[in-house]
Design a protein around this ligand. Sequence first.
Ligand code: IDP
Ligand code: MG
Length: 149
Amino acid sequence: MERTLIIIKPDAVQRGLTGEIIRRFEARGLRIIGMKFLQVSEALAKKHYEVHTDKPFFGSLVEYITSSPVVVMALEGTGAVQAARNTIGATKPNEALAGTIRGDLGLEIGRNLVHGSDSVENGQIEVANFFSDDELVSWARNTDAWIFE
Ligand code: IDP
Ligand code: MG
């Protein structure tokens, strides 16, 4: 089963959109296996966004993700990484399709509400960056047979 890391970013938490965003992933059929509310440290932010270190927006990105608390979720499901990316929408909210989180709820790239892992490998790595093994719950959801064929 694929895993993906979702971060409900500071702007979404501040705007009271946490529940709305969780609802969309739950309704999609993705199974929550970990979830917590935390303040991201500068060190964790730099590790999480390591691939962007040399980008001109790196400083403002670290500032953004550490500016206020976030909610992180580890989600599991068949094709979970791509499914979550599709539900999130394009990086620039003003280019994201209506029906996606960014397309429905955001306007600007530096306030784009949510993070989702971009590959199966990064899903594993990012979940491990934010959750210890004992914070992840392996469970059988009663609806699984109606979502996973
Ligand atoms: P993603 O979140 O859709 O995977 P990435 O290209 O991985 O997009 O970029 C990570 C995050 O960095 C974006 O979600 C956005 O918050 C921020 N970001 C990306 N490009 C820019 C930019 O050109 N200006 C400001 N922020 C950016
Ligand atoms: Mg990315």
